[in-house]
Ligand binder design. Structure first.
Ligand code: UDX
Length: 451
């Protein structure tokens, strides 16, 4: 099938690469000339495992073309995806300016009957607005070409996006048209084998499904973080509690890992946007606002632990930091807990020695050359002379370090672990002061709380 994808960003590139991988003919259009030039030379401008190989393969087989030429792109696709960014608007909702500007371009150039599909995460009602804008442009041109607008939100996880696209849990399709459904079934047939994954519903329900999924996942994280904080006060161990509740299939083991708060480009933005949308229609989403409050608090907790360990005397301290990305297998530092921590440490007068297997360049891009930030080439170099080590991201590289070597290199044997990677008993036997998340019982906090 002939497919056009507007947007050569994260979602647009993964969509283009995977559709070409199964044999569709894809034209991916982006207005950023530098980005398009890179892509045409086979260079992927973002880090996502496997993506560059897929894009290269698509180009070699002449199944993907990258262009800035919107007219050519619109003329190509029987299906035209809109996968451009929806940054946060001033009122907290998602800003649909780019989506609607693509809709205008489609209306300007549409030359044959097509299906326009919104893939970006957009507020409920956006597909209707896209339809109005395309129609308006067609009317202005005096063109009478049939088109329909459907919603098909993505559920890609950074670091696992190709696998998520190739083997989706579900494919949500919002449309009331049998013709659109048939076309999209054909498009997604290679991803919908063995068992039915396509869920067809009305457009607005599809748009809301995306927000509801992310809000539910964010709620699970804030919930377990709240119980973890409570466990510290009560002298209980959240890792035991997590397993205890996860064994109930109605709760499940997934996505209830306590930590230093959720980050990334989706959860923070989408939960806020859903709350703002609710407010706009006169409904106060109390749970969503609590989820965000708990998360903001959780991101602050690593700093609070370091700060109280040193009795607020951070000036001159050197803090080692393992993990800058908001999660493993990405270089993305958007809304990362590491940023809240570093900024608070600097405010308190401490210096940071950081290491991340992937996000060093990104960190340099964000913070530039600061005297109180040293980006180190290895995790071992990062702990040299440090007064404490803080872990923000659960990269596998950090799961089994040589603790004897750490003890030797560090100035003080203190680890603040935002991801609960180690066994508190073992750490204490090794002579470390080990402060993790919600591990009241084993970290010996019970005595503290009973006193
Ligand atoms: C998320 C959704 O999973 C995906 O379906 C949607 O399309 C986009 O948003 P992503 O942002 O890539 O994907 O990251 P994800 O793996 O879901 O993790 C999000 C954040 O939650 C990370 O900061 C992670 O550390 C945190 N998290 C996740 C926890 O703190 N505990 C958990 O148990 C799970």
């Amino acid at each position: 099938m002939k497919v056009t994808v507007f947007g050569g960003g994260y979602v647009g590139l993964v969509t283009s690469a995977c559709l070409a991988h199964v044999g569709h003919h894809v034209v991916c259009v982006d207005q950023n000339e530098t980005r398009v030039a890179l892509l045409q030379r086979g260079i992927c401008p973002i880090f996502e495992p496997g993506l560059e190989d897929y894009l290269l393969e698509g180009q070699q087989e002449q199944l993907i073309e990258f262009t800035c030429d919107a007219q050519l792109a619109v003329a190509h696709g029987d299906v035209i995806f809109i996968a451009v960014g929806t940054p946060t608007d001033e009122d907290g909702t998602a800003d649909t300016r780019h989506v609607l500007s693509v809709a205008k371009t489609i209306g300007d150039y549409l030359a044959k009957p097509s299906v326009v599909v919104t893939k970006s995460t957009v507020p409920v009602g956006t597909a209707d607005r896209v339809s109005e804008v395309v129609q308006q442009q067609l009317r202005q041109r005096g063109a009478d070409i049939s088109f329909e607008v459907a919603s098909n939100p993505e559920f890609l996880k950074e670091g696992a996006a190709l696998a998520d696209f190739m083997k989706p849990d579900r494919i949500i399709l919002g449309t009331s048209s049998g013709r659109v459904e048939a076309l999209m079934r054909e498009l997604y047939a290679p991803f919908n084998r063995n068992h039915e994954r396509l869920l067809v519903m009305d457009v607005r329900s599809a748009e809301l499904t995306k927000y509801a999924a992310n809000a539910m996942l964010a709620t699970k994280i804030s919930f377990i973080n709240e119980i973890a904080n409570l466990a510290e006060h009560l002298g209980a161990d959240i890792e035991k509690v997590r397993q205890g509740i996860g064994s109930d299939p109605r709760i499940g083991y997934h996505f209830i890992y306590p930590g230093c708060g959720y980050g990334g480009s989706c959860f923070p933005k989408d939960v806020q946007a859903l709350q703002a949308t609710a407010h706009k229609v006169g409904y106060e989403a109390h749970l969503l606002s609590a989820v965000q409050q708990v998360n903001a608090h959780q991101k602050q907790r690593l700093f609070d632990k370091v700060n109280s360990y040193f009795d607020g005397q951070l000036a001159g301290k050197v803090i080692a930091l393992w993990g800058l990305a908001f999660k493993p297998r990405t270089d993305d530092m958007r809304e990362a807990p590491s940023r809240v921590l570093m900024e608070a440490l600097w405010q308190g007068g401490a210096a940071v020695q950081a290491y991340d297997p992937q996000a060093m360049e990104e960190c340099q891009r964000i913070y530039g050359d600061r005297k109180d930030l040293a980006l180190m080439g290895t995790k071992e170099a990062a702990v040299k002379g440090a007064d404490a080590l803080v872990i923000c991201t659960e990269w596998k590289h950090f799961w089994a370090p040589d603790f004897a070597q750490l003890a030797e290199k560090m100035n003080q044997k203190v680890i603040v672990d935002g991801r609960n990677l180690y066994d508190p008993k073992k750490m204490s036997a090794l002579g470390f002061d080990y402060l993790a998340v919600g591990r009241g019982a084993e970290a010996g906090m019970l005595e503290e709380c009973e006193n």
